[in-house]
Design a protein around this ligand. Structure first.
Ligand code: SF4
Ligand code: SF4
Length: 108
């Protein structure tokens, strides 16, 4: 079975992706590339592009609803890791399906 996320990417172009600055690679133990984020507050960052309207993460490659990938997949922040954990296996949740709806895609 193919991973439906690889032909979707809607969540990466719908929500603001915010997370704790401790995940940034310029602090010990962090991993998210600091050059790809905006510092929202002294303790919070968000992925560049996700703070705009319409949002689209700077790390998203490809065309939403067609074929997509994350340029920093191994180093993506926790909200991306935690989002809709069963979607890759074909079962979306409310947030996943809301993102898909906004991009004209059917629910999982
Ligand atoms: S989690 Fe849902 S919205 Fe995000 S890429 Fe996968 S199917 Fe699309
Ligand atoms: S870091 Fe990757 S998984 Fe997270 S929003 Fe951006 S493109 Fe999507």
């Amino acid at each position: 079975m193919t991973n439906p996320c690889q032909s979707c990417g809607a969540c990466c172009a719908t929500f603001r992706v915010s997370f704790y600055c401790g995940e940034l690679d310029d602090v010990p133990g962090g991993w998210v590339p600091g050059g790809l984020v905006d510092r929202v507050t002294p303790v919070m960052a968000c992925m560049l592009g996700t703070e705009r309207q319409p949002p689209r993460c700077v790390a998203l490659r490809g065309e939403v609803g067609q074929s997509v990938s994350c340029a920093i997949y191994e180093f993506r922040p926790s909200p991306c890791r935690d989002f809709a954990p069963l979607a890759a296996a074909g079962s979306g949740d409310d947030a996943c399906n809301e993102a898909r709806r906004r991009h004209g895609l059917p629910p999982l």
